[in-house]
Design a protein around this ligand. Structure first.
Ligand code: ATP
Length: 356
């Protein structure tokens, strides 16, 4: 168990700053996911926490103790990577036991812990096989087992499911979540996959270009994105973003883009200000009495349908229930629920301040 604190943590590689003055507290037993596109600095952050990379500036604390210069083996962290990095000549059992052997743990205790971990990971029947005789998913379970068996204070995972197919990723996600509940240990997990982040995290840290863009629960990140980057990074299909500006009509402030008009939500904005409207596809609600949209493209997915529609010159993707039958060229009534709209200042990219 450990509480991790990054204080103004910087990591530079020559002239490249991979992580800029990161301030982050990860509470004991919390499951935090570092999420962002390739090159945003998430692996670097994880490696600094592991002690595999030195800090260039700032401090890293474990349970209020500065650990900047503490070697990785003294930090009691375990790491699982995308590549399983198992010893090919050793059996599953030997792979899991290896770290304990190095630490001189008693043979009977090693046996007990290996069997316990193998049972938790449902690989008891594979203990005598070698890695070449395992599937990718089984190998990743062994890699997890090798990390768990050490009973680390901090569990660090770097894209551990990226090499697995989609179905296996979903079942491994559930397993990792179960392990966290069982182990009651701090987990820090790196991914670029928003579904993994949303399903696993207590809190998500969204990063871009070495800087934290937003930290919050999955609900906060998805439903209250603080800027355009976070708004567009999470959600599939992506949030519809429409750049326009604020006009005053009949004494009221409205959002305008060409002929498209929408009353402004409860946000602070000035007449003439360039702003961007954000609408999640699932918040385009079918309502015969709503705004009349012409349908240009229909993508049925079985469980739901995505329709590209045109509303007074503005193109939006709407996510429709599977029983809504639409065709290209048809007209569809849509309601955009004002309570579910997002508003951003176009220049700064920041969400507009709400007035409630
Ligand atoms: P990915 O998902 O592709 O692994 P990431 O978000 O984990 O990306 P990092 O690997 O942390 O990103 O890299 C952050 C930045 O630091 C990138 O610009 C990368 O090119 C740079 N960088 C990482 N490691 C080194 C290194 N050893 N030497 C120089 N630059 C590096």
């Amino acid at each position: 168990m450990a509480r991790i604190e990054c204080r103004q943590m910087v990591k530079r590689y020559g002239r490249v700053t991979a992580v800029h003055a990161l301030d982050l507290v990860i509470e004991d037993n919390e499951f935090v996911v570092l999420l962002g596109p390739s090159g945003c600095g998430k692996t670097t952050t994880l490696n600094v926490i592991a002690g595999l990379e030195d800090l260039s500036a700032g401090d890293l604390l474990f349970d209020d103790e500065v650990v900047n210069f503490v070697s990785p083996d003294k930090r009691n962290v375990a790491m699982v990577f995308q590549s399983y990095a198992l010893y090919p000549q050793k059996t599953v059992s030997e792979n899991i036991a290896f770290g304990l052997r190095l630490r001189g743990v008693d043979r009977a205790e090693i046996r007990r812990r290996v069997l316990e971990v193998a049972e938790q990971l449902e690989i008891s029947q594979l203990l005598e096989r070698r890695p070449a005789e395992l599937s990718g998913g089984q190998r990743q379970r062994v890699a997890l087992g090798r990390a768990i068996v050490r009973q680390p204070s901090v569990f660090l995972m770097d894209e551990p499911l990226s090499n697995l197919d989609a179905a296996l990723r979903v079942s491994m996600r559930a397993l990792i979540k179960k392990l966290h509940l069982m182990m009651r240990t701090t987990f820090v997990y790196v991914t670029h996959d928003q579904a993994e982040a949303m399903t696993l995290a207590d809190r998500i840290v969204v990063m871009d270009q070495g800087r934290v863009q937003q930290t919050g629960t999955p609900d906060e990140i998805y439903n209250r994105p603080q800027n355009l980057f976070v708004a567009s990074f999470l959600g599939s299909p992506q949030m519809n973003l429409v750049a326009g500006h604020v006009v005053r009509e009949a004494g009221q402030l409205r959002f305008a883009q060409g002929d498209f008009r929408l009353p402004l939500g409860p946000v602070t904005a000035a007449e003439g200000q360039p702003i961007t409207l954000g609408v999640r596809p699932e918040d385009c609600l079918v309502d015969a009495a709503g705004l009349q949209a012409s349908v240009s493209l229909v993508s049925p997915l079985g469980s739901e349908t995505h329709a590209t529609v045109n509303l007074a010159g503005v193109e939006l993707v709407a996510r429709l229930a599977k029983d809504v039958i639409v065709h290209p060229g048809a007209t569809l009534g849509l309601k955009l629920d004002p309570a579910r709209l997002h508003w951003f200042d176009t220049q700064s990219g920041q969400a507009l301040q709400r007035t409630y």
